[in-house]
Every structure is written in structure tokens, then in C-alpha cells.
Write a protein that binds this ligand. Structure first.
Ligand code: NCD
Length: 336
């Protein structure tokens, strides 16, 4: 695909070469993310960071990625704090805010909302999550993490065996990740969820059409024995009619050290897009796994920075100028 000035709305727009390109640019962002040097390549550029739904790491990492390239960030958080609450259309908001920004990142609770917004935007728009539909930048950082975690085992994305666990019906991260895996070969995906929260048929069919093996189950333990990655997800309580309905599913699949040690291979990598629900009623990824070196969740979150830096650099066509605008870092940083 042509990255310059493109919206990033769905995994559907990528081919395999595009993913390899993004990952190569992300690798080159590492010294900047680690504060070994800084760059001012986006000096003067403005990111409009519009988060109409709760977010911690996605919003901050979009903003930090832009700052690390030397750009500035203006943001709005929450639907009730924006003019959308006064009845303004997404298109009008887009028409206005795209006059204030060079690129926009956006999250919104409705499926398709970010594409609708983008249709009226005069600057590129990056989807930070639209309802239960897609979360393409998360899938990119997830796959980048999978690749780097498996490198030491001499395994790659082709031939990957992955178990996805939890709310596969409303979880947009797993929807985008499955779409992304369709660009690779010979994947085995074990989809573990309560029957009511299973992966949408269209995505399962897409995986099967790509030649992948798909196993669907509502049982955790027997299905995590022979995989490279366990990817746990949160019950997306905000997508249910009521909390009582979400309560039916919370805590159904708990992974802790004892279950991991008993059922997983010794080097199975544990991932989660975060936030993990650590309330007693859920405790989907127990803190007793935190000392386990195979727990990749914080490395995964860190990778959000380099992936989002790479996307901004590509969209704004500065990927090859980043190093020309590099400078030393003056302050103390633990990364150096
Ligand atoms: C996810 C999301 O918002 O879809 N979080 C994230 O962006 N890392 C997953 C979730 O909220 O459960």
C-alpha cells in the first residue's frame, strides 16, 4: 500500500510486504523509544488525539509516539466532553478538527465510526479502536511482539500456534489480530471462549480460507498445551446490555502460575492487550505470573510506541528523515 497520507482504518488494507515494512521502520525507532537519542523530524506537526472511549495505553502511546518524533499533541477524551454530546455529527467534527491537525488518532464506541469520521477528514486518520470492530494498531504491535518473542526459539509467524482466550465476540484486538494472521501461512488458532462469546463466523471463515487450522472450544486447560502463544483478553463489559450479563462470563478463564506450569509448554509466551481485569471476580491473568519471564504483556505494551512511531513516520512521509533530525539526549534515562 501507499502509506503517505493514508488512513489506517482496518487490517484489510495491508499486504504482507506492508507489515514487514512497518516492522523494519519500527525497529529503527527503538533507539528513540529507549531515549538513546531524540529526533525532531515532526517539529511543528500536530496530532489530534481523540479518545471518545476509555483508554490508558493506546491514547498515551499514540501521543508519546508523536512527541518522540518531535510533534505536538492536542487531545480530547470522553464523549461527554466533546461536541458530539451536543448532537454534532462525526463528519462535522472531522471537518473542523482536521483543520487543526496534521494527523488524527481516534477511538469511538461505535463500529464503523472511525471510517465515517475519516470520510470527512482532510488529514489521515488512524483507528485506535471502533467499537467491537477493529483495533489495527494493536494487532500490529501484537504481531510485532509475537515475532520478537519467538525469535529466540527460532520460530516465526508462519507456522504459529496461538490460543486466544476470553471475549472473542466483542474483543476488537482479536478480530484485528485474526485478520492480520490471514496474511501469513500455516497458522493454528485455538479460539477459547464461552459459546455465547465466540469469534464471529466471518472471521473464522476468513482464517479457514487463508488455509489456517481453527479449533473452537469453551475449555481452557486442554487447549493451551501445545501452543507458542496464549493471548488472553478481557470480558468487554462495556459492550453488554448490563453488568449482570457480563458477570456471567467474568472469571470463566483464569490463567495463573499453577495452571500455566501444569498445562503449557515451558516457553509458551503469555500475552494480553491489557488492561487485564485483576478484580477478584475476574482475575483473568493472575499477578503470580508477573515473575514468569514468558509473561510478555509489558514488553507488548512497550512495543506500542515503536509501532505507532513507525506508522506516523510512514503516513507523514518522514521515515527516511528521522535520523537526519537526531540529537543526543541530555537528561538521565534508564534506557541508555
Ligand atoms: C483493548 C481495547 O481497547 O480494545 N485495550 C487496548 O487498546 N490495549 C482491550 C481491552 O480494552 O480489553
Amino acid at each position: 500500500m501507499k502509506f503517505t497520507a493514508s488512513h489506517i482504518l482496518s487490517i484489510a488494507q495491508f499486504e504482507r510486504v506492508d507489515i514487514e515494512h512497518i516492522f523494519q521502520v519500527a525497529d529503527r525507532m527503538r533507539p528513540y523509544a529507549n531515549r538513546q537519542k531524540l529526533t525532531r523530524v515532526l517539529d511543528g506537526a500536530i496530532l489530534g488525539n481523540l479518545f471518545f472511549e476509555p483508554s490508558t495505553r493506546t491514547r498515551i502511546s499514540f501521543g508519546s509516539a508523536f512527541n518522540l518524533l518531535g510533534g505536538e499533541v492536542r487531545e480530547t477524551t470522553g464523549l461527554s466532553n466533546s461536541a458530539l454530546a451536543k448532537g454534532e455529527s462525526l463528519q462535522d467534527t472531522a471537518r473542523v478538527l482536521s483543520g487543526y491537525s496534521d494527523v488524527i488518532a481516534m477511538r469511538h464506541p461505535e463500529n464503523g465510526s472511525v471510517a465515517e469520521f475519516a470520510s470527512a477528514s482532510r488529514v489521515p486518520v488512524v483507528n485506535g479502536g471502533d467499537g467491537s470492530n477493529e483495533h489495527p494498531t494493536q494487532a500490529l504491535l501484537d504481531l510485532y511482539t509475537i515475532q520478537s518473542e519467538l525469535k529466540s526459539q527460532k520460530r516465526n509467524i508462519d507456522g504459529l500456534r496461538i490460543a486466544m482466550i476470553g471475549d472473542l465476540r466483542y474483543g476488537r484486538t482479536v478480530h484485528s489480530l485474526c485478520r492480520l494472521l490471514c496474511l501469513f501461512n500455516n497458522v493454528k488458532a485455538v479460539l477459547i471462549s464461552p459459546g455465547e462469546l465466540k469469534m464471529p463466523d466471518a472471521i473464522v471463515e476468513m482464517m479457514e480460507s487463508a488455509g489456517h487450522e481453527v479449533v473452537i472450544s469453551d475449555q481452557l486447560e486442554p487447549n493451551i498445551t501445545d501452543v507458542d502463544i496464549v493471548y488472553s483478553t478481557r470480558i468487554q463489559e462495556e459492550r453488554f446490555q448490563s453488568q449482570q450479563e457480563a458477570d456471567l462470563y467474568r472469571g470463566r478463564f483464569r490463567l495463573n502460575n499453577q495452571i500455566y506450569t501444569k498445562h503449557c509448554q515451558p516457553n509458551t509466551v503469555i500475552m494480553h492487550p491489557l488492561p487485564r481485569d485483576s478484580r477478584v471476580s475476574a482475575n483473568e491473568l493472575d499477578v503470580d505470573l508477573d515473575a514468569n519471564p514468558n509473561l510478555a504483556i509489558f514488553r507488548q505494551a512497550d512495543n506500542g510506541i515503536v509501532i505507532r512511531m513507525a506508522l506516523f513516520a510512514l503516513i507523514l512521509d518522514v521515515a527516511d528523515q528521522v535520523d537526519a533530525h537526531a540529537r543526543p539526549v541530555n537528561w538521565y534515562t534508564p534506557g541508555r
